[in-house]
Design a protein. Structure first.
Length: 321
């Protein structure tokens, strides 16, 4: 590991099995970053870029009882990101800038466009629109040929709102993905599970500034936080953590616990299942369809996760005293 200027670190790791291991070079922004990700032969690399801003200052009038003051408020940035494959628009999502490569890679995995990191040749910025950025994904020729139908199904008519990733779907029939057989042969201690929200909360740097972001984190069964991402859209935050693991060669992501700061929706469950995550916990309520999905797939779903309390809607066998 070597320290670079401007708070960037280069980390070289080995991924894959001993027979198929490859070296991965990851440029990590200490604050935030969305550096392009490229593959050169057996080496995965990211290009050094300055961190993306995640907050903006806007004027506000604060009214307290009968008094009012003019002040500046720190707000989270929301901007559109266009995703392209083979130079053709695939989707536009409203997101918080930062970790865009993770977001795009996770989106490609959870939409069924790729199933393996080796199917992605590169993810990189290809230009700026009037608002936001454009990220281009280049797949291998073999992946493009195999995935053309899925790419067509994943295209959105308008945009994905930051509140609901399914809002722009052309057809409700297209939200279903082929789910690989669920594994998840692990358990987590009840006390360890109950402590995860506090671990996630203390790691949410931008939320502490703005109070306006969702978060998603992937934990080990021992309660260790592997990766956390924040975004105005909860589905974006999930795509970011999944994409981070995918670009490290960790797919399927198992054993692991996915924790989300808001409610557990059907789409969150679907994204987790596609990535191989069988355990989803939320600090708020699940939807009825999320519970149905957990029952159908054999996943564990926990809601209202707090210190000293939780509701287990399915998969209690993965939680022990």
């Amino acid at each position: 590991m070597c320290q670079l200027q401007n708070g960037w670190i280069c980390r070289s790791v080995i991924t894959g099995s001993p027979a198929t291991s490859r070296r991965l070079c990851v440029w990590i922004g200490v604050v935030h970053g969305g550096a392009p990700w490229r593959r050169f032969g057996d080496t995965h690399q990211e290009t050094i870029m300055p961190p993306d801003p995640t907050t903006a200052t806007k004027p506000v009038t604060r009214i307290r009882d009968t008094a009012s003051t003019v002040d500046d408020d720190v707000l989270v940035i929301e901007e559109p990101l266009e995703i392209r494959i083979a130079d053709e628009p695939l989707a536009v999502t409203m997101r918080t800038p930062g970790h865009d490569c993770d977001l795009v890679a996770g989106f490609c995995l959870t939409e069924g466009i790729v199933t393996d990191p080796d199917e992605i040749e590169s993810v990189e910025e290809c230009g700026e629109a009037e608002y936001g950025n454009v990220m281009a994904v280049t797949l291998t020729d073999e992946a493009m040929q195999r995935r053309m139908e899925q790419i067509t199904c994943a295209r959105r008519e308008l945009y994905l709102s930051s509140s609901c990733g399914l809002c722009g779907k052309q057809s409700i029939d297209r939200i279903y993905q082929r789910i690989a057989p669920i594994r998840g042969n692990f358990t987590i201690a009840r006390d360890t599970l109950a402590a995860l929200p506090e671990t996630m909360r203390t790691s949410q740097a931008t939320f502490r500034q703005t109070g306006g972001l969702h978060a998603a984190g992937i934990f080990t069964p021992g309660g260790v936080l592997n990766v956390l991402r924040e975004d105005v859209g909860r589905h974006n935050a999930v795509d970011k953590v999944i994409g981070h693991q995918l670009l490290l060669g960790r797919a399927p992501i198992d054993p692991a616990v996915l924790l989300v700061s808001g409610r557990a929706s059907f789409e969150i469950m679907q994204k987790a299942a596609v990535a191989g995550i069988v355990f989803v916990a939320a600090v708020s309520a699940p939807s009825s369809l999320a519970v149905d999905f957990a029952v159908k797939t054999g996943m564990t779903l926990v809601g209202f996760l707090r210190s000293g309390r939780m509701n287990v809607y399915h998969g209690l066998e993965r939680i022990h005293d």
